[in-house]
Structures are given as C-alpha cells and as structure tokens.
Design a protein around this ligand. Structure first.
Ligand SMILES: Nc1ncnc2c1ncn2[C@@H]1O[C@H](COP(=O)(O)OP(=O)(O)O)[C@@H](O)[C@H]1O
Ligand SMILES: CC(=O)N[C@@H](CCC(=O)OP(=O)(O)O)C(=O)O
Length: 295
C-alpha cells in the first residue's frame, strides 16, 4: 500500500464506527481568527456530515466580543473563564455571536456544499438557563463574591428542534445564548453550551477546537494525549488549568460523566486537525474518557 492508500485504510474502521453517530463540535473564538483556517474546519465538518455523521456545531466568539467591547470603550472582565456581562455587553455578545459569526459559518457551510441552520439557545426553547449565582474569587488574599451579570447556567435542553434539523439533513449552527424561564436573555459560555448539548443529544463525541494543541502540563511544554476523569480532577486542583481552559474541561468532564464516550480538545488553527483526530490511530490533541479504554 502506498502512503495515500494507507491513510484512507486507517480511516475506514473509524468511518464505520462513527456512521450515524452524533458529534458536537465547538469552534472556539480563538480558533476562528483566520477565515481560511475556519473554512478548513467547516470543510472537515461538511465531510463528516457526508460520511454519515450527525454534525452539530456550537460556536464561540469571545475574542471578537472583547474587541467590540474595546472599540466601544468597555473593558472586558473574566471570572473563572466567564465574561462579566452587563446589559450593554450582553447586547454586544448577541450582535457578534448570533448576528455575525453564526451567519458567517452558515455561509461557509453553503460554500462547501451542505446546508446549515443558524439558531441560538433562544430558538424553539432549545436551551433554558438561569442567571448564575454569585461566584467566589480571590482578590489578593481575600475571597470576594462576584456577580457575573447576565450570564446563565444551563438548566434544560429541549433537543427536539435539533433532532428535527438533523433528521432533515441540516447542520445546526448554535450560538451560545439562552433565555431563562421568563424569557430574559442570558450569555452562556460556548463550551458549557456545547457540553450540555452533547449530553442531551447522547452524542458519541464532543470536540472542542481551540488555539492550543490540547491540555498541557503546568509549564506548557507537553501535551496530554489521553486523560481520564480522575486525571482531569487532579489537573484542575493543582493549578495546571486556568482561564478559558476551565469551562472547557468542566464541559468535557460533564459530557463524559453523562455518557458522551470521548471529549477531545485540539488545535483548530492547524488545517484539518479535526479529521486527523477522528480518523487516525494516534490523533493529534487531548482525548478525555471515563477510564483508559480505547475508542
Ligand atoms: N493547562 C492548559 N493547557 C492548555 N491551555 C491552557 C491551560 N490552562 C489554561 N489554558 C489556556 O486556555 C486557552 C483556551 O481557552 P480559550 O481562550 O477560552 O479558547 P477558546 O476561545 O478557543 O474557547 C489557551 O489559549 C490557554 O491560554
Ligand atoms: C459567559 C461567557 O463567558 N460567554 C462567552 C460566550 C462566547 C464564548 O464562549 O466564546 P469562546 O468559546 O470563544 O470563549 C463570552 O461572552 O465570551
């Protein structure tokens, strides 16, 4: 077999295993800074769709929201990886996420020959959230409680709308926004949203595309290719994990704990990493599973 033949043959068992399985792919804002690279991610997603997977995209857009805030003279503040969201910030997030990024992804899907449908958690009662309770954080030596504002905790997912779209052959593109039970708007972390959606859809995989090669050790010299829930727990408590990696790993752990077979974190800035992670024996990023089983 030549090289090209062996690459295709290596993919075959995976293509067979993933056929008709649901895969939730989270496109992180940091992996969407270059439109050529983003197009390659969308191409991969369309390929997965055409080899028979049920593909759901959840997008972020944190860096772009921060840019828009700066342009309007507002400073962005994060607590535990979550954006402190006042009314004006919420409006900016809605404009950037649902108004711009979602549309852009749907157009890219169309250019690559499939049909995307852009929705947010607000649509059809997809995601019901509740304003997050006060969060504790350390300021110097002192623990203070911070109100994150219009930031939501996901309480309920009604996946009927998604199942209907998937059954009809569409690729849903979901913005991380939701309503509470009274219809008030909330900003949701995109990783949290993707994890909850993966659980509700009983997805086989949750893949998070970001701007680092995977989960790394404390001095960021090495990546962990395989982690169990126990390993993640240890990394979370020894300070190895910080910033935006916190909600990413919390979402991965939540998904795997509730039946998703594997949560993957990989670099979306390297072209076609998604295909390499799914269809090669070694993969490229970090795979989190309940225990050390081979998938
Ligand atoms: N142990 C770790 N390994 C890798 N990245 C980490 C780790 N701890 C914190 N991070 C940070 O998490 C970031 C990814 O999260 P985030 O910025 O929210 O990305 P995205 O916008 O793609 O969701 C990385 O750029 C890195 O700075
Ligand atoms: C509450 C909260 O933090 N919401 C996020 C939503 C976007 C997001 O999560 O984007 P990334 O995946 O690119 O980080 C925010 O406002 O930035």
């Amino acid at each position: 077999m030549n090289n090209r033949q062996s690459v295709l043959m290596e993919a075959l068992p995976y293509i067979r295993k993933f056929h008709k399985k649901t895969i939730v792919i989270k496109l992180g804002g940091h992996a969407m800074v270059d439109s050529a690279i983003m197009n390659s991610v969308v191409q991969d997603a369309v390929l997965l769709h055409y080899v028979g997977m049920r593909v759901v995209l959840v997008h972020g857009g944190g860096p772009e929201i921060t840019l828009k805030m700066k342009a309007l003279g507002k400073e962005a503040r994060f607590v535990g990886g979550l954006r402190v969201t006042d009314e004006e910030t919420l409006e900016i997030a809605q404009m950037v996420l649902a108004g711009k990024i979602s549309n852009m992804i749907v157009s890219m899907i169309a250019k690559n020959g499939a049909k995307g449908v852009g929705i947010s958690g607000n649509d059809g009662g997809l995601v019901i959230a509740e304003k997050m309770p006060l969060r504790k954080m350390m300021v110097g030596d002192e623990e203070v409680e911070v109100d994150l504002g219009f930031v939501g905790d996901v309480k309920e997912i009604n996946s009927n709308l998604l199942e209907t779209l998937l059954d009809a052959g569409y690729i849903p593109v979901i913005s991380p926004l939701a309503l509470d039970r009274k219809g008030n708007d909330l900003n949701i972390n995109a990783d949290t949203m993707a994890g909850e959606i993966a659980v509700a859809l009983k997805a086989f995989k949750l893949i998070s595309l970001t701007d680092v090669d995977g989960v790394m050790n404390k001095d960021r010299t090495e990546i962990f290719h395989r982690l169990t829930l126990k390993n993640v727990d240890a990394l979370m408590s020894d300070g190895t994990i910080s910033g935006g990696m916190i909600p990413k790993l919390e979402a991965s752990v939540n998904a795997v704990r509730h039946g998703v077979e594997g949560a993957h974190i990989l670099n979306g800035n390297s072209e076609h990493n998604l295909l390499l992670e799914l269809f090669t024996n070694d993969g490229v990023g970090t795979m989190i599973t309940a225990s050390m089983i081979s998938l």
